[in-house]
Design a protein around this ligand. Structure first.
Ligand code: GLY
Length: 353
């Protein structure tokens, strides 16, 4: 078992990584929720038939009364109506303040269930059990929970740290290749912003079987980096922004593709490649980095560039909105394995693009 501790004052929690952990989850959850009797498990219609049974059996064996709440798979479920249905369901189940909510699924389920847990009864204990690579290396750690609004993604939310994160690498076997590689975009990001050796390690393993052979090390390394960043800047006012490397331009690509043409990971992959070139143009990023990054991204079957019209970029950086700030913070690499925040006028950024 690999264990990492996110040591936030008064809200310390462990991330546990082990193959087969899903069927041992009951004892692990019981250890952090000794007094709970009920557990609301939120999952989605894709994950439920694949992974809910071993989890529910294990939780029941640990003495929890469990109720499963299944939401339709997909980003569309991250909305206020689904949130309110969960809250009504939790109350109908008889959840009390000493009970808990667990999220079994990818980022959508984790964000939705986490926000539901953060506000029901003014906050009940929350456990993350991520089932996608993207959720394991990013969204399940660090406490960002949210739903989408008509005005944009993740606009209503909270910082609400889980009490435990359980990662079973075996669940990644059920992901198809595009889903797995989407998560790899975020994995590559950690190498770029924090750990050049890890970037080289990934460069040498371009296929899913090679990556799965070392998946515990990959999950541990990514979560260790995220843990350190979150411990330094939980509320995202400084260092945590480096986790957005590739995300500003990635957001433009997602928007341009109406959130259907490109997955988040594909958009981030192309966004990182574009950010590397921008960094070179601004004299911050060494000239060899774009090609190194493009080689890894391409070897994983992810896009190295996505076309986007100028009004798409303007919308993504908020230049089309009256009253939005004139500057934007770009995340750039000043060397492989290290990111810096770079303030730039939005109008100058648009000219560079
Ligand atoms: N996904 C970026 C963050 O947690 O800050």
């Amino acid at each position: 078992m690999k264990t990492l501790t996110v040591a936030l004052p008064g809200r310390e929690y462990d991330i546990l990584i082990e193959r087969g952990l899903l069927s041992q989850a009951g004892a692990r959850v019981r250890a952090v929720l000794p007094k709970a009797s009920k557990l609301a498990v939120v999952t989605d219609s894709n994950v439920e038939p694949l992974h809910s049974k071993p989890l529910l059996d294990s939780l029941t064996a640990a003495g929890f009364e469990v109720r499963l709440f299944v939401v339709p798979a997909g980003e569309k479920s991250k909305n206020a109506s689904q949130l309110s249905q969960l809250w009504e369901g939790f109350m109908e189940f008889g959840l009390t303040r000493t009970d808990g909510v667990a999220a079994l699924g990818g980022g959508v389920v984790g964000d939705l269930a986490g926000f539901a847990a953060a506000a029901i009864l003014r906050g009940v204990a929350f456990v993350q059990i991520p089932t996608t690579l993207l959720a394991q290396v990013d969204s399940s750690v660090g406490g960002k929970v949210a739903i989408d609004l008509k005005a944009g993604k993740n606009l209503a939310g909270a910082f609400y740290q889980p009490r435990l994160v359980l990662m079973d690498p075996d669940v990644l076997n059920t992901l198809d290749l595009p889903q797995f590689m989407e998560g790899m975009a975020e994995v590559v990001k950690y190498g770029c912003i924090w750990d050049a050796d890890f970037f080289d390690f990934l460069t040498a393993r371009p296929s899913k079987p090679e990556l799965m052979a070392d998946i515990e090390h990959i999950l541990y390394t990514c979560c260790d980096i995220k843990r350190q960043v979150v411990m330094e800047d939980e509320l995202d006012t400084g260092l945590r922004m480096i986790l957005n490397f590739g995300h500003t331009l990635g957001h433009a690509y997602e928007l341009a593709g109406h959130y259907t043409e490109w997955s988040h990971g594909e958009a981030v992959a192309a966004g990182m490649c574009a950010a590397a070139k921008l960094g070179v143009a601004l004299g911050i990023t060494p000239a060899d980095i774009p090609e190194r990054l493009e080689n890894v991204v391409a070897s994983l079957g992810l896009p190295t560039s996505i076309s986007c019209a100028m009004d798409g970029y303007a919308a993504a950086i908020g230049l089309d909105k009256k009253g939005a700030g004139a500057d934007i913070t770009l995340i750039l690499l000043d060397r492989m394995g290290h990111a810096v925040l770079h303030q730039i006028a939005k109008s100058d950024l648009l000219k560079l693009l």
